[in-house]
Design a protein around this ligand. Structure first.
Ligand SMILES: [Zn+2]
Length: 114
């Protein structure tokens, strides 16, 4: 009953990390006092995307237009985005779809859309 070591001296606090769960995503991580995991501290645009991740609203809009065989410039025009923003959405779409090229993305989009 007496074997619990639950208290750290205040002096050691900064040096010791402890496992805790991120209050945003719930993942367990080594905390030095932060409440968010490394990933959640990273701006969203810099976070790695993985295959199967859900699409954002913007990505869904871009995907619909890709499926209609629009060029980046046309997609940018339709959605009032810059062309480089469209390219950013596309690269995340490629990652989430697990495809490399636009053709693969179109096929994937046809299956997924609607
Ligand atoms: Zn997190």
């Amino acid at each position: 009953m007496s074997g619990l070591q639950e208290r750290e001296t205040p002096r050691s606090f900064t040096a010791i990390s402890r496992k805790r769960n991120c209050y945003l995503c719930g993942a367990e991580f080594d905390s030095f006092g932060e409440r968010k995991c490394k990933l959640c501290q990273t701006p969203r645009c810099l976070q790695p995307v993985r295959r199967g991740d859900p699409l954002t609203l913007r990505e869904t809009q871009v995907l619909r237009l890709v499926v209609q065989a629009l060029a980046n410039k046309e997609i940018a025009y339709e959605l009032h985005l810059s062309e480089s923003a469209v390219k950013g959405h596309l690269s995340r779409l490629f990652a989430k779809a697990g495809v490399r090229g636009r053709g693969g993305l179109m096929l994937w989009g046809l299956r997924v859309a609607e």
